[in-house]
Design a protein around this ligand. Sequence first.
Ligand code: PEP
Length: 250
Amino acid sequence: MRRNLVIGNWKMKVNHQSAQKLVDDLIAGLSVEDADLAVCPPFLYIPEVCQRLAETSISCGAQNVATHAEGAYTGEIAAVMLKDFNCKYAIVGHSERRANYADTDTSVAQRFQQALESNITPVLAIGELLEDREQGVTFDIVAKQLNAVIDFAGIESFKNAVIAYEPVWAIGTGLTASAEQAQEVHLYIRQLLAEKDQQIADNIQIIYGGSVKPQNAEALFAMPDIDGALVGGDSLSADSFLKIYSSFQK
Ligand code: PEP
């Protein structure tokens, strides 16, 4: 039985004060704990946020991780540094990084591998653009992004990974894939993995991201291959985020 997982991606949308308040509100508001819950603050706030969450059931993650373990990479944060502050997850391949910071399938695969080497669970974000969906190539895009990582890191590495299906047209736009549209792609992803390893396909958490809100979380959760959510905008309100989290209780 897969556990559900809800991750909040705070992006660059908090400051020191609002990050502290958000953590306090989450700790105070958390009651049911039948699913996994995590937040990904900006790098600079990770030490403090992770420390405050250390005694709770909420985990801490990063929004990105460097492609290399160490060296002359000005401005980058290595996986081992994240591990020093107890990060459990690292998002890799978020569409904002693919679109704005030239992340490629290869660099995403390197980040994925780096996270794993430091015992951090990579949350591999994949998903199609609106034009891909309109051209009917959603499955091809998702397969290309996923296979690039499988070819680089090996199918075995997915024993300790999470996949986030995030249709780019649904991120931060208020447009959500219908539960049926999301389920169709989640099932496709699981089948792709099953062709290589049935057990990994059965066990891996595949979470959905793209304008998830309390109003649509329940319908998404009802789908058999949706194991949680990666939440951007609505993770900035403890109330909304915890409502989404409650929807994903098994
Ligand atoms: C995201 O950034 O991963 C995301 C899903 O954002 P939002 O929930 O705001 O669409």
